[in-house]
Design a protein around this ligand. Structure first.
Ligand code: ZN
Ligand code: ZN
Length: 396
């Protein structure tokens, strides 16, 4: 294990990596529109002279491949993944590296996750592994769940055939640099439900002549919110969150009853099967209410995420790598209720997703005051490299 060169490498590069992270923060772009971010990442990756560089993967994505130096062996192929996208959130302009794009900001720390991989890329420029080929994936559109699906659809994951796909997510609410691990399910499955109701308008003086969606709207809202966890006993985290809705058109009218209404809700739970059951149950609620009040309806599903199920052997390697660095490891007792689209990659490769604590009182993810803590660049790069050395040793 060449930890000495890792420490020296980080000391020499950390100031520049912090600049890179803040530069990416300024560039923040929405999911699926990460053109400038991808162009900047491509420039940096080219400087690190990868053996292969794929661009426009699943949209704006990139994959850089750094082959094992020993060409005779059968190297482990490990893919590390970061996300390119930011969120539709405004941030205080007082921040020195505030986003230049209105209502778009890196409030999930994806700027930091990208920089961790760019740090690993710089290391690989100077030091290739003997028996471990490293692939660095910069994936678009994680926040909407579209990016992992689009990446899989290109067929590149099957072509490159990595032995593991690994990502970390920084986690506010946990001590800084603490590693948060969990075998089995790490993050929840979720899906957005858009429910559109259609009746008929009438004169407001004679609502009995129309079919207003208001009673059904109210009944559906109440029924969804009371779909309690104990309906789904195998998972305690079944949760339905109303995320939006409206009755009638956009114009403020007072003489006409509404003919349309819409409810938007996110369903989430630890298991893919339970999520399907929750969607089925929600459909049944909508159907019976619409039948009772003689309404037409349409239900569409958006931003679907599979649960992230961690490979047990990869979790053991992570714990080993963290312990070697004297980083505290916390075994999460329950799956997290948020979702991450790396779960999709389980279709083709064992997956490992883990947390890196951002500080107990750090602003939460997606909050306007959140910013990726630069100190995590040091622990994150050390951890990724330490993990890669586990694979190097595993083969050798
Ligand atoms: Zn996020
Ligand atoms: Zn995120």
């Amino acid at each position: 294990m060449s930890f000495e060169n890792i420490e020296k490498f980080i000391d020499e590069h950390i100031a520049e990596l912090i600049e890179i992270r803040r530069g990416l923060h300024k560039l923040a772009e929405a999911s699926g529109e990460e053109l400038k971010t991808a162009a900047r990442v491509e420039e940096w990756l080219k400087e690190t002279e990868p053996d292969e560089l794929y661009t426009q993967v699943g949209g704006t994505g990139l994959i850089a491949v750094y082959k094992a130096a020993n060409t005779d062996g059968n190297p482990q192929k490990i893919l590390l993944r970061a996300e390119l996208d930011a969120l539709p959130v405004d941030e205080p302009e007082t921040m020195s590296h505030a986003s230049v794009n209105p209502e778009t900001a890196h409030k999930c720390g994806h700027d930091g996750h990208m920089t961790l991989l760019l740090g690993v890329a710089r290391y690989l420029r100077d030091f290739r592994f003997e028996n471990c080929t490293v692939m660095l994936l910069f994936q678009p559109a994680e926040e909407t769940g579209a990016g992992a699906i689009a990446t899989l659809e290109t067929g590149i994951m099957k072509k490159l055939a990595p032995d593991a796909a690994i990502a970390l997510h920084n986690l506010p609410g946990y001590p800084k640099h603490q590693v948060i691990a969990r075998k089995d399910i790490f993050a929840s499955a979720s899906a957005g439900l858009r429910i559109r109701l259609k009746g008929a308008a009438s004169h407001a003086a004679h609502p009995e002549n129309g079919q207003s969606p208001v009673p059904a709207f109210t009944a559906i809202l109440q029924a969804l919110q009371s779909q309690a966890s104990d309906r789904y006993p195998e998972h305690t985290h079944a949760l339905i969150t109303i995320t939006g809705g409206n009755i009638g058109g956009k114009q403020p009218v007072f003489g006409i009853t509404p003919s349309i209404a819409e409810i938007r809700a996110t369903l989430r739970t630890a298991g893919n099967e339970t999520l399907r059951q929750m969607i089925y149950d929600a459909r049944k609620v909508v159907e019976s209410c619409c039948e009772a009040w003689n309404l037409e309806h349409e239900i569409t599903i958006h931003e679907e995420f599979d649960a992230v199920t961690n490979d047990a052997e990869l979790v053991d390697l992570l714990k080993d790598a963290a312990t070697k660095l004297q980083l505290a490891v916390y075994d999460a007792p329950h799956p997290f209720s948020w979702s991450e689209d790396i779960g999709r990659f389980s279709e083709v490769v064992p997956v490992l997703l883990f947390g890196l604590g951002s500080g107990k009182s750090h602003p939460q993810l997606h909050h306007k005051r959140y910013d990726f803590p630069d100190e995590l660049l040091v622990s994150g790069i050390r951890l990724f490299l330490s993990l890669l050395y586990r694979f190097e040793e595993k083969e050798g």
